[in-house]
Ligand binder design. Structure first.
Ligand code: SAM
Ligand code: SF4
Length: 441
């Protein structure tokens, strides 16, 4: 059997794509390798969202070049493929900068890897595919294999929003939704293979508009209602959402759909109207606050999560303070925050008033301190409560399992291995740095 090693950078959509690449190459005889050293083929599934993420790939390619040469010295071949958003953004340039690459595919063309592998085997040289063939990819992929208790399922791809800092519209292409029937079939296969939770993915997943065979358009709420009927499926989550696409039926679904978990990742990026406008987010600070109030009205215990960017070009001290103020008002459960990173080709990269690294560092530190305090407060509030935990896998200590609360906290408890894949009640006793601990009740 040949061995495949896939290394994933970046978002959950890349994690989904990596699992699909493994599904795709399994019929060609590729099984999973534990490390690149054991692999006949290495795929780097790359992320272009920030400069650091993209640069990491080149340093990994340097290491792989040495490994490939060492293997060639022993008469062993190793194919190196680069997939994902760096491949899409850089294309030919990447092949020139890193000639060790044999195959290069974008996020919409990785389904063509089998024919590209055959071409390279037959004729030698390199193969590159970086166009955007709409939904062809999903039709070409085989049935999804087993994924464990919680499985990602991409329902929507691409983005038409063109936030001025972001590369996604250029690397992932236009917004497209998969047909409800295709999503339901993949969901059923995942559940049949052991998944108890589905995490629906999309760059703007709440902009989902799937066309059914009768020509009707399904919203994400309607899709979740249909998924909730799948027997054996315990939980549904979705990410990432855009504030502009948070429709009334989805807000109501958080009240009405028992399987839809009370956790919402709804990135705001900034609390300043000036910065939000410069980012082309197309909503104002007060729109976001009003939206959060409506969501909490519908589902009072919902945990709210967000992404933030500090040091966007032109961001003043007062703009940054407006972000801090918004955070104090909303009270977030869990968040991601980043220093603005200039991305080639995006409008904000050309802005004149770039912010110094020193100021970005100071702002990020202040924001993260506040966000960590809120996260700890939210976690401390769970102590003494009994929560439903979907157990996913063994924990680090003997006899311990780890699972997730409805609010996405990792929770550790002593439990029999047969509890994996089941929802059990846990009384929370302790908060550790990043998780909770409790006992089964
Ligand atoms: N579609 C999602 C939305 O609209 O919020 C976000 C998708 S993006 C893959 C994930 C996060 O990366 C963004 O929410 C943003 O905070 C961050 N990000 C994107 N471009 C960035 C940049 N140029 N510099 C710093 N952070 C960035
Ligand atoms: Fe990027 Fe904005 Fe699209 Fe999110 S909505 S993927 S931040 S362009």
């Amino acid at each position: 059997m040949k061995k495949l090693f896939v290394k994933t950078y970046g978002c959950q959509m890349n994690a989904y794509d990596s699992a699909r690449i493994a599904d795709l190459l399994a019929p060609l005889g590729y099984g999973a390798a534990a490390a690149p050293e054991d692999a006949d083929m290495v795929v780097l599934n790359t992320c272009h969202i920030r400069e650091k993420a993209a640069e990491k790939v080149y340093s990994e390619l340097g290491t792989l070049r040495a490994l490939k040469e060492e293997k060639a010295g022993r008469g062993d071949a190793m194919l190196i493929a680069v997939a994902g958003c760096v491949a899409q953004a850089e294309g030919e340039l990447m092949l020139q900068r890193a000639p060790v690459i044999d195959l290069l595919v974008g996020p919409q063309t990785y389904h063509r890897l089998p024919e590209m592998i055959a071409k390279v085997a037959r004729a030698g040289g390199k193969a590159l595919q970086t166009d955007f063939p709409a939904l062809e990819k999903f039709d070409a992929l085989p049935q999804a294999g087993p994924r464990g208790v919680s499985a990602f399922l991409t329902v929507q791809e691409g983005c038409d929003k063109f936030c001025t800092f972001c590369v996604v519209p250029y690397t992932r292409g236009a917004e497209l939704s998969r047909a409800p029937g295709a999503v339901l079939a993949e969901a059923q296969a995942l559940v049949a293979a052991g998944a108890r939770e589905l995490v629906l993915l999309g760059q703007n997943v709440n902009a989902y508009r799937g066309t059914a065979p009768d020509g009707k358009t399904w919203s994400l709420a309607r899709l979740c209602a249909a998924l909730a009927k799948i027997e054996g499926l315990a939980r549904i989550r979705y990410t990432t959402s855009h504030p502009r696409d948070m429709a009334d039926d989805l807000i109501a679904a958080h009240r009405d759909n028992d399987k839809l978990m009370p956790f919402l990742h709804l990135p705001v990026q900034s609390g300043s109207d000036t910065v939000l406008a410069a980012m082309n987010r197309q909503h104002r600070r007060d729109d976001y606050l009003a939206l959060i109030a409506r969501i909490r009205d519908s589902r009072p215990d919902i945990a709210i999560s967000s992404d933030f960017i500090v040091g966007f070009p032109g961001e003043t001290d007062a703009d940054f303070e407006a972000t801090m103020e918004l955070v104090r008002t909303v009270k977030f459960a869990q968040t991601f925050s980043f220093k603005y990173s200039k991305r080639p080709g995006t409008p904000a990269a050309a802005a004149l008033k770039q912010i110094s690294e020193k100021v970005k560092d100071e702002r990020l530190q202040a924001l993260q301190q506040l966000l960590l305090q809120q996260q700890n407060d939210f976690n401390d509030a769970q102590i003494g409560r009994t929560l439903d935990v979907l157990f996913e896998k063994p924990g680090r200590e003997p006899g311990q399992l780890v699972g997730r609360s409805p609010y996405l906290h990792p929770i550790h408890a002593q439990a029999d291995a047969s509890t994996i894949g089941k929802v059990a009640q846990v009384r929370v006793d302790v908060r550790t740095a990043n998780s909770l601990k409790g006992v089964l009740v």
